[in-house]
Write a protein that binds this ligand. Structure first.
Ligand code: ADP
Length: 267
């Protein structure tokens, strides 16, 4: 709440009164503050790889080029830091399109089992590398949903890649779908990974929020995966929630309406 006082002057009698204006600025200020925080985060996230690239390029220019092995290692770092920046910028563009509602959904009738099987196939290499077993379970009778396959694939990819990143070798991941009510589908990605401390749960969908910044960075994370997932689910008129137990595992569930709007209305 912002309060401003303006005195009322009378030419001959000085101040004769006071006008108090009460303004509710909390929402606006909060928005402004989170915008500033966001810009600061973006700058920092871009600056970190840029600084690394700069120093490795300088080392190469300063003589490291003469040494074959060393220069190969340095070029490798430059490549991976460049890739990180590309990922970051791609994620940021995606978020900004979702923010400005420019991301028009192209919804189609989509087979749920097929969609989940295909996510698991896309990650089969990474799953095998960490000896993680993935299972897919779809409730009987649950066939299809009216959704933008590309966008929901992005949600699933973000969730499954997190599940793999934050699960130790030999763990398990389960992709499942059920119908909590006739008009919606709930899709879950559950892992037996490291879990998330209780104190971090409330901020986990915030942009750039990570439990462990260094760890996330080492894993190639941008800190935007869950925020993008949430925006896409929101655009579909759905909700997303995360449950987690430290050292036990994490389960992220998103719920989407399954019917076309017209069908929903007539049903
Ligand atoms: P990141 O790119 O860092 O993975 P996300 O937005 O996808 O960013 O996730 C935010 C943070 O939430 C991660 O840095 C990690 O700390 C935590 N997190 C997300 N998914 C999981 C999971 N399945 N298990 C444990 N921690 C997770």
């Amino acid at each position: 709440l912002r309060v401003t006082f303006s005195p009322i002057h009378r030419r001959d009698r000085g101040i004769t009164g006071m006008i108090a204006v009460l303004q509710d600025v909390t929402e606006q200020e909060k928005l402004e503050q989170s915008r500033r925080q966001f810009v600061a985060n973006v700058s920092h996230e871009l600056r970190t790889p840029l600084t690394t690239i700069k120093s490795y390029a300088e080392a190469l220019a300063g003589g490291a080029l003469e040494e074959r092995e060393l220069s190969e290692r340095f070029v490798g770092v430059i490549q991976s830091e460049t890739e990180r920046m590309i990922r970051l910028v791609t994620d940021l563009l995606h978020l900004s399109r979702l923010d400005s509602n420019q991301a028009q959904l192209r919804r189609r009738q989509t087979d749920i089992l097929e969609m989940l099987d295909e996510v698991s196939d896309r990650f089969s290499f990474q799953l095998r590398q960490k000896s993680i077993r993935a299972t897919v379970k779809v409730a009987p009778g649950l066939k299809s949903a009216w959704l933008d396959r590309d966008q929901i694939d992005q949600v699933l990819d973000n969730l499954v890649s997190n599940a793999i990143k934050y699960t130790l070798d030999g763990g398990e991941i389960e992709l499942s779908a059920s119908a909590p009510d006739p008009g919606s589908v709930a899709i879950s990605v559950r892992d037996t990974g490291i879990g998330i401390p209780k104190k971090d749960l409330s901020r986990i969908f915030d942009r750039f929020y990570r439990v462990d910044k260094a760890r996330s960075r080492n894993m190639g994370g941008t800190g935007l995966g869950l925020s993008i997932a949430r925006e896409i689910v929101k655009a579909h008129g759905g909700t997303i929630a995360l449950e987690s137990e430290l050292n036990e595992g994490t389960k992220v569930t998103f719920t989407l309406p399954t019917l076309k709007e017209e069908e929903g209305e007539s049903a």
